[in-house]
Each structure stands twice: as structure tokens, then as C-alpha cells.
Write a protein that binds this ligand. Structure first.
Ligand SMILES: *Cc1c(COP(=O)(O)O)cnc(C)c1O
Length: 461
């Protein structure tokens, strides 16, 4: 007999705890009221690996890629590694046969270690250090996305063999009021502006370099874009640009990369980009724009990051303290915070939190889930409903933390970073282990000379 047999209404409460548009594909509530992901109770993971921990649903990650393949069949998919990348995750993406975006030596190494064919690697960045450009050409990456004139000069001299490149342009599409972060407008650091002829000048410079092969055009409008028409607008502007290049320079480019930024729901009801709508918009707009410019249809490439890795991740925290302040707000403080969960502080992002270790019986109250760091802005989620009896020792799960959490985590306050635990078909695998205090000390040159474990330090040895 479980509690559900006595209280059938709990079943309803249990299922409504897990909105499938927010939580990982395999998230469930078991008979004991515990949240499970990948058929593993989160309480078991917390017991085995400690808290805070990032949990990653491998099935969810792979399914998102397959959804792109099924619903946007005419586009090539390149996974934006900056959202979440480890060698293991790179290997999942490689097995799902997508390409990968990298923008640093670490991401390049993770992609190669994960088994990526270098020809499927795309190198991005507005300030790629010369060493990174050298490493990328040595690895024979498939595309380097040119972002400034100096890169053209440098690559032309340094690449040991002809290097395919894309040119990143800013189509001047303002997604403000539509989405969270804007990069496709002219007044920012990325790319070459279409409007004032800079993009065309860059094309001319690339064409003069026999070692550079201009494969096509790239743009990235920003993040959390839910309106497919913005991508349609980008297609119109970029096809017009490609038609201009053809008429002035006799070169017909064959690749149009629309970047990423596809919106996902962090909370129930958040606007999301529907892939079928995106696909229809791409197909229709491309058709019309190419007819209007009498231009042959180029290959379309898209670069989702968050929309592949975001929902797969859940962060586990242990409640450490609960208190109600004189202002009336109740704070549920946990054993992590802005070091492992930076987006609330950075962007005012809003998250979904659930009690993970038991049935939430009885009344709920609206609380702020706060972190452990020495910053008043260290909040994980404000105004979330948790049971009034939430107490130290309870386990909380925060949804939608697969993207830009592990990859943006810091050691602020000298806290160790959480492990990444993969779950799949009832099994848990440690993908990244928890950092240790010794890891934190390891780069200190004096510590290297007089090596003492944390334990030895505690005991004055
Ligand atoms: C960040 C980025 C992406 C991915 O953005 P998401 O919001 O995670 O989809 C894709 N392309 C480029 C060039 C980026 O900088």
C-alpha cells in the first residue's frame, strides 16, 4: 500500500507537478511521491553523488535532436556546444549525426575528444585568439566563421591548406520585445553590418585570398526567439545580400546559416519556438526570396543550443535553511546558488522548482529559493510555490538547467562546482565528477610546492 492508494487525489497532484513542456522527457513522480528522471529517483542520485548536482536525461537530449531532424528536415543541424559541452555530451551529439559549434580551445578539445569528425566542427567567436585559429586549422575544422577583418588577414597567411569559411553578418533585425538577448542588430560587437557595406567589403577581402574558400553566410539573431517570422526576415535579407554578391562578384554562395536562439519554456506557459512553424517559415520564405532574387536555393543550417540541451537538465539542491523575514518573504535557502545557477542573476531568468523527495501534501506558500553565496541577488527562483512544511533536508529540483548552467558555472566564494550525472533507462553515470577543495587549491603554486589535502589542513597537519 502506498499513500496514493489512500489518497487518490494525490495522483492528480503528482501528475500536475510535472509539466512535460518544462521538465525532461522522462520526468515522472513515483508512488512514494519522489521525482524520477531516466527512471532513477532523484533522491537516490542526491544520496549517491551529493548536492548540488546537475542531472542530465540522455534520452531527452537525443530526442530533441531527433525532433529537429523530423520537424525541420530541410535544415542541417549544428549543436551549439557553448550551451553544454563535455566530451561525453559531444559524443552523444556526434552519434546523433549533427555538427557542432565551438568557440574556444576547451570546446574544440571536448568536441574532438567526443569523436567529432573535424569537418563537422564550426568555429565561432568575435575575438578568436591567433592560437585558437591555428589550432582550428591544424585540426581541419569544417568552417571558421569570420567575424573581423584581422581574421581574414591572419587566416590567409597562417592556414596550412585552403580553409572553408563563412562570413558572419548582422542583418539589423531587432528582436527586442521578442526575446532576451539580441545579437543581430548593428550596434553590438558581433559580425559585419549589412547596412553600411562592411559585409560586402569583407567578402571582397576574402575573395582575394586564395587560401580562403568562402562557403556562405552566417547570422545569429539572439536568444529565446519564439517568433519564426524573425528567421524569415533574416532569410529575406541574407538572400538579397547573396544575390548582390553574385551580381557584383560572380560568386554564387551555397550555404545560409541562420544561427540559433530558439526559445524554450522555463516555466509553464512561456512562449516557445515551434519547430514545425519554423520549418514552414524557412521553406516558404526561402522559396519566395529565391524566386524574387532568381537565386538558387542554398543549403540551410541552423544552430540550436538551449533547445537541445536545456530541458534535459535538472539541478538538485538540498534545503539548508528556511526563514520568513520581517518584510514577509519566506526564503528557502539551498546548498548551491549563483555559482552553479547564474542565469537568474545575469538575466532575471525565471525557473520552475519542485519538491523532489516526497509528496507535497497540504497547503503551499509562495517563496524565494535563495542560494548560499554572499550576494543579495543570489536567488535561484522568486515567487515559486512550495509546501508550507518545506524544511531543511528536503530535496529540491530546478527544471530546465541543462543549458548555460554547467557551462557558465563559477567558483565564486571558492565553492566547488557540481558533478554532471547522466541518467538513462534506470542507470546513472557520472559524466563530470564533483570538484574537490584540492582541485580549487591545485593551481596555487605555493600549494603545489607544499601539497596538503583538505583533511590534513583541517587537522593542522
Ligand atoms: C549562442 C549561439 C548559438 C546558440 O544559441 P541558443 O540560444 O543556445 O540556441 C548559436 N549560434 C551562435 C553563433 C551562438 O553564438
Amino acid at each position: 500500500m502506498t499513500l496514493l492508494d489512500f489518497l487518490p487525489s494525490l495522483q492528480h497532484a503528482a501528475t500536475t507537478r510535472i509539466d512535460p513542456t518544462v521538465w525532461p522527457l522522462t520526468a515522472r513522480v513515483d508512488d512514494l511521491g519522489r521525482l524520477t528522471v531516466g527512471d532513477v529517483p532523484l533522491t537516490d542520485l542526491a544520496d549517491q553523488y551529493g548536492t548540488p548536482s546537475y542531472v542530465l536525461d540522455e534520452k531527452d537530449f537525443r530526442r530533441r535532436i531527433r525532433d529537429y531532424r523530423a520537424l525541420v528536415p530541410h535544415a542541417e543541424i549544428v549543436y551549439a556546444g557553448k550551451s553544454l559541452l563535455t566530451p561525453t555530451i559531444a559524443s552523444w551529439a556526434a552519434e546523433e549525426q549533427v555538427g557542432i559549434d565551438v568557440c574556444s580551445e576547451g570546446e574544440l578539445a571536448a568536441a574532438l575528444q567526443g569523436g567529432f569528425d573535424p569537418s563537422r566542427i564550426v568555429l565561432h567567436g568575435n575575438a578568436k585568439p591567433p592560437s585558437l585559429l591555428r589550432q582550428a586549422t591544424a585540426a581541419r575544422v569544417g568552417r571558421i566563421v569570420i567575424d573581423s577583418p584581422i581574421e581574414i588577414a591572419f587566416l590567409a597567411c597562417e592556414t596550412p591548406r585552403p580553409q572553408p569559411v563563412l562570413i558572419r553578418v548582422t542583418p539589423d533585425i531587432d528582436i527586442h520585445g521578442h526575446a532576451a538577448v539580441t545579437t543581430g542588430v548593428t550596434d553590438q560587437k558581433f559580425g559585419f553590418a549589412l547596412a553600411n557595406g562592411q559585409a560586402e567589403q569583407a567578402v571582397v577581402r576574402i575573395l582575394k585570398q586564395p587560401q580562403l574558400i568562402l562557403a556562405g553566410v552566417h547570422c545569429h539573431l539572439g536568444s529565446q526567439i519564439a517568433d519564426p517570422e524573425l528567421y524569415g526576415e533574416a532569410i529575406c535579407r541574407l538572400i538579397a545580400f547573396m544575390a548582390d554578391i553574385r551580381s557584383r562578384h560572380g560568386l554564387t554562395l551555397n550555404e545560409l546559416n541562420l544561427g540559433g536562439g530558439h526559445a524554450i519554456a522555463y516555466r509553464s506557459g512561456d512562449p516557445t519556438l515551434h519547430l514545425a512553424e519554423l520549418s514552414a517559415t524557412i521553406t516558404d520564405t526561402l522559396e519566395q526570396a529565391c524566386i524574387a532574387e532568381r537565386f538558387p536555393k542554398p543549403r540551410i543550417v541552423i544552430e540550436p543550443g538551449r533547445a537541445i540541451s536545456g530541458h534535459a537538465g535538472v539541478t538538485l539542491y538540498r534545503v539548508v535553511a528556511v526563514k520568513t523575514q520581517p518584510g514577509g518573504r519566506t526564503f528557502v535557502a539551498v546548498d548551491g546558488g549563483l555559482s552553479d545557477h547564474p542565469r537568474t542573476q545575469l538575466y532575471g531568468a525565471k525557473y520552475t522548482v519542485a519538491l523532489a523527495n516526497r509528496h507535497p501534501i497540504g497547503a503551499t506558500q509562495t517563496v524565494t529559493v535563495a542560494g548560499r553565496h554572499c550576494e543579495s541577488g543570489d536567488e535561484i527562483a522568486r515567487d515559486v510555490d512550495l509546501p508550507t512544511d518545506t524544511h531543511p533536508g528536503d530535496l529540491l529540483a530546478v527544471a530546465c538547467t541543462g543549458a548555460y548552467h554547467h557551462s557558465m558555472a563559477s567558483n565564486y566564494n571558492m565553492v566547488v562546482r557540481p558533478p554532471v550525472i547522466g541518467v538513462h533507462h534506470g542507470n546513472a553515470t557520472e559524466i563530470i565528477r564533483r570538484e574537490t577543495v584540492e582541485d580549487l587549491l591545485a593551481r596555487d603554486v605555493a600549494w603545489q610546492k607544499r601539497h596538503r589535502s583538505f583533511d590534513a589542513l583541517l587537522h593542522g597537519e
